[in-house]
Ligand binder design. Structure first.
Ligand code: UT7
Length: 331
């Protein structure tokens, strides 16, 4: 039987217009532009401002763009999966809100929560529906409004994150393009180092949780950094070895954008030069589930049919993984 693979056939990306620069942070917390740049590589982040605007609004913009590029209507979408840790509401799923705002009447949808690995997890889930022949058009969104859960008095964490959304369209192909392999991992022992302490069923919102600032991102940076350096680098090397890929075979590494030092360590472990690494952390910071599709969207014009890409991420959970895909079109 001919194998059906899930190929990315269109991309969309959106970041809101308002910007928080390192100079702005110098006025807000005890930090410097030099510290932020040297420790993280970040210079600016985009922030979604405006009453009543949430993650779905950025996602809608990214999906609209993708529909225009592929010349399809929202009604052509069969399934929409949204990876996010900042859903519009605890429920319903943000995917449902996105499809409603788009007018994608035929689509069903759900959210995937895997923090910074959310996009690659969701990409793999979406690919299954294409590979089994169940669906013809699956949209996978990675979107986060991190500013909504940021403690802007915590200098070690607030300088890292920004808002943004990226989206990909998956369609079937019988050619040797699309998602070729994936290795996904998780380890719940890491959950205490990066999480949101309150607002879930274990610790519902109360006046006390609000005054203790427990609805913001809590991160113990050092252990997360150490686990990320090892986890992202090792899984990227593992997927290369498993698929007999050398550094010369790789056109692009598409890494989660959490810290330039983590990205550099991954590229070094894979033996590939910086010229093959997609890096936009300086512009957007860490947009959590948004980073990888935003990279793809920014680099779309440079991607060529047959390019071998490795997507790699590490995040809260801990969750991590790598995806090997062969690019299906030249824009
Ligand atoms: O995407 C999800 C996964 N998340 C990550 O991958 C993030 C992983 N962690 C990191 O990227 C890094 O740990 C950070 C960027 C968060 C921190 O960098 P670091 O090199 O690990 O710094 P550190 O936490 O060891 O702190 C070094 C010093 C400390 O001061 P002392 O104790 O040496 O006096 C901090 O208090 O830097 C201080 N510091 C700051 N100084 C100026 C922490 N944040 C800041 C700041 N500005 N914004």
């Amino acid at each position: 039987m001919t194998q059906i693979r899930a190929a990315i056939t269109a991309l969309g990306g959106y970041v809101p217009p308002d910007i928080l620069s390192n100079a702005d942070f110098e006025q807000m917390v005890d930090t410097t532009d030099a510290w932020i740049k040297s420790r993280t590589g970040i210079e600016t982040r985009h922030i979604l401002k405006g009453e009543g605007l949430g993650t779905s609004d950025m996602a809608v913009e990214a999906v609209k763009q993708l529909c225009i590029k592929r010349k399809i209507e929202p009604n052509d979408i069969d399934l929409l999966i949204c990876a996010t840790v900042t859903p519009d509401h605890q429920f319903p799923a943000t995917a449902n809100i996105i499809t409603d705002k788009l007018g994608a009447k035929k689509a069903w949808g759900f959210d995937v929560g895997a923090a910074c690995s959310g996009f690659i997890y969701a990409l793999n889930v979406g690919a299954q529906f294409i590979e089994t022949g169940k669906h013809k058009k699956v949209v996978v969104v990675g979107a986060d409004k991190m500013s909504s859960i940021m403690d802007y008095t915590d200098r070690a964490t607030c300088i890292l994150f920004g808002d943004g959304a990226g989206a990909v369209l998956l369609e079937p192909t019988t050619e040797a393009f699309g998602i070729m392999d994936a290795i996904l991992k998780s380890d719940g022992h890491g959950r205490h180092f990066l999480h949101q302490k309150a607002g879930g069923s274990v610790k519902p919102a109360s006046a006390e949780t609000v005054s203790n600032r427990e609805h913001f991102v809590f991160q113990d940076g050092q252990p997360v950094f150490k686990a990320a350096v090892v986890g992202m680098a090792e899984v990227s090397a593992e997927i290369m070895e498993k698929n007999k890929l050398t550094a010369d075979d790789i056109a692009w590494l598409v890494p989660h954008q959490a810290n330039l030092r983590i990205i550099d360590a991954t590229a070094r472990r894979m033996g590939i030069g910086n010229d093959k690494v997609m890096i936009n952390i300086q512009k957007y910071g860490n947009t959590t589930a948004g980073t990888i599709p935003l990279c793809l969207s920014d680099w779309e014009g440079r991607l060529k049919t047959g390019d071998n890409l490795i997507l790699a991420a590490f995040g809260g959970g801990f969750t991590w993984g790598a995806v090997y895909l062969r690019w299906a079109y030249t824009a």
